[in-house]
Design a binder for this molecule. Structure first.
Ligand code: AHR
Length: 519
């Protein structure tokens, strides 16, 4: 269903995001939907970190998903599943956050160093799992090295101490021989400092991270971030932000922050999950649209939170680290009953990923990092693994397709398209982002309509260009997904671009990445 109402996209001004949604007609032939890209209106650089990942000690993420052990028959490099290494490399120079999540606030890093046989087994943070501590700091940092990604360590505020946090920083970053902790690191196999830059100080401190009030968390944050040893590494300290768009949490935290000494904060970390009431794979068309309506709330979260932070940090030195986001479906599609929160990701999740990444792209100047939850065997995962089986989900394909945006300058983009109406209101028919690198323009566009294609007319404000590639991820089955038996059931394909024409047809229910070479 479509209506013809005119809905204005977010327009000009310093905080402008560029998008979408006026009225128009989506039909092939005559009236293509105009999509205008302002080549000279750059918003900010799209950092590869916007495409980052999250790996927690929970269910099957670490044990099975990432770590199979060096003695396993499953192909591995120093214990890390080889399939994971090969695939993570394909999404680019991203960051991986570890060890949680809620797990981080019950994790003591010393449990995970030294000879594996001597490491303690602990009561797990989740369900009745026992944490063997086989995968600790050295194994995680080796995983990052193998995958060519950057580590982000999340420190324990809930049950840890400032001293424990500061010692972890020293253990990771002090030069060999400088301190006793550095010597211990060398004995454990790594004389070279790890040089870890990203440090989270607590997770969901309003909830599983200690149920703090914003004021109490601010007080803790100050204690944790005073006396952090830098050892020449410019540390990027991340404060736990609100649950979804809780403006009261943010305002109260920052009110307390400015009332006293302003502890160093580089990143503010809100979490936002878009949940469904239905099933990961069995859903109605209304539930298809409902999911996107929820995913698009991310944009309001970013603009609202940004405005509140700006009341206290007028120059906006603090950026967003949206270190947990994604679709969260009820249980029922786990491939292994030990994989807590695992869900089967389908085409609908791929569109949620594309809509979210495009929001991040459009707000590139405000965001330093965003981490989908979670890399493997969990919520909105890129991969599923069980024993010797491994498969990439449709969401992985979106991350790989969107790699073209990494390092580009995000440009203002406006699309005119009719909204799609459904049981709970309307959603934009088209959403997307554009970025430029030299003479190459990358345009990502999502056609949310479940059944109708959309012809778009790409208009380049201020220049001319030729379409050289159009890659699309779609399927006639809205719940299309990949399984161990059919790993390529849904994968991207290249559309023909023979004439270089800037009119493109976006199939229904599709994620598109269009490449244009500028004159
Ligand atoms: O991603 C799963 C859990 O969701 C994380 O541990 C927690 O931070 C969030 O509530």
């Amino acid at each position: 269903m479509m209506d013809r109402r005119t809905v204005l996209g977010v327009m000009a001004g310093a905080a402008a995001s560029s998008l979408m949604v006026n009225s128009g007609l989506a039909r092939q032939g005559g009236n293509a939907l105009p999509v205008t890209i302002a080549i000279d209106e750059a918003i900010g650089t799209i950092k590869p970190e916007l495409y980052s990942q999250f790996a927690e000690h929970i269910g099957g993420v670490i044990y099975d998903g990432i770590w199979v052990g060096p003695d396993s028959k499953i192909p591995n490099v120093r214990g890390v599943r080889k399939d994971i290494i090969d695939h993570v490399k394909r999404i680019g120079k991203v960051v991986v956050r570890w060890p949680g999540g809620c797990f981080a606030d019950a994790y003591h890093w010393r449990d995970g160093i030294g000879p594996v046989a001597k490491r303690p087994k602990r009561y797990g943070r989740w369900q009745e799992d026992i944490e063997p501590n086989t995968f600790g700091t050295h194994e995680f940092l080796d995983f990052c090295k193998l995958c060519e990604v950057t580590p982000y360590l999340a420190a324990n505020v809930g049950t840890g101490t400032p001293q424990e946090f500061q010692n972890w920083v020293e253990y990771c970053n002090a030069p060999d021989g400088r301190t006793t902790l550095a010597e211990e690191r060398a004995i454990n196999g790594s004389p070279e400092p790890f040089g870890v830059r990203y440090w989270g100080v607590g997770n969901e401190s309003w909830g599983c991270g200690g149920k703090f009030t914003p004021e109490d968390y601010c007080r803790e944050y100050r204690k944790f971030t005073e006396w952090v040893p830098a050892f020449g590494v410019p540390l990027y300290l991340i404060a736990a932000g609100p649950n979804s768009n809780d403006l009261d949490w943010t305002r109260r935290f920052f009110q307390k922050w400015v009332d006293g000494a302003r502890a160093p904060i580089s990143g503010w970390a809100p979490h936002y999950y878009c949940g469904t009431t239905g099933h990961a794979l069995k859903f109605s068309t209304d539930q298809w649209y409902e999911m996107f309506k929820k995913a698009l709330v991310m944009e309001k979260l970013i603009t609202d939170q940004w405005a509140v932070i700006g009341e206290f940090d007028r120059q906006h030195k603090i950026k967003f680290i949206i270190d947990e986001w994604g679709a969260w479906h009820p249980a029922g599609t786990e491939i292994n009953k030990h994989h807590l929160f695992e869900q089967m990701g389908c085409l609908r999740d791929a569109l949620v990923a594309a809509l979210s990444l495009d929001i991040f792209n459009r707000h590139a100047e405000k965001i330093d990092m965003a981490n989908v939850a979670q890399l493997v065997n969990n919520l909105h995962s890129l991969f599923l693994a069980d024993g010797d089986k491994f498969v990439a989900t449709p969401t992985f394909h979106v991350f790989e397709m969107y790699k073209a945006h990494h390092g580009g300058k995000s440009l203002r983009i406006d699309a005119e398209a009719p909204a799609v109406s459904f049981k709970d209101g309307t959603i934009p028919r088209l959403a997307g982002a554009a970025s430029i690198k030299g003479k190459t323009l990358t345009i990502s566009l999502v056609n949310t309509h479940a059944t109708e294609p959309a012809e778009v007319d790409l208009r380049l404000k201020g220049t001319k260009g030729t379409c050289v590639a159009h890659r699309v991820l779609t399927d006639t089955n809205l719940a299309a997904h990949n399984t161990f038996e059919r790993p390529d059931a849904i994968k991207p394909r290249d559309e023909q671009v023979t004439s270089g024409d800037l009119r493109r047809v976006l199939p229904p229910a599709s994620v598109n990445v269009i490449t244009v070479t500028l004159a």
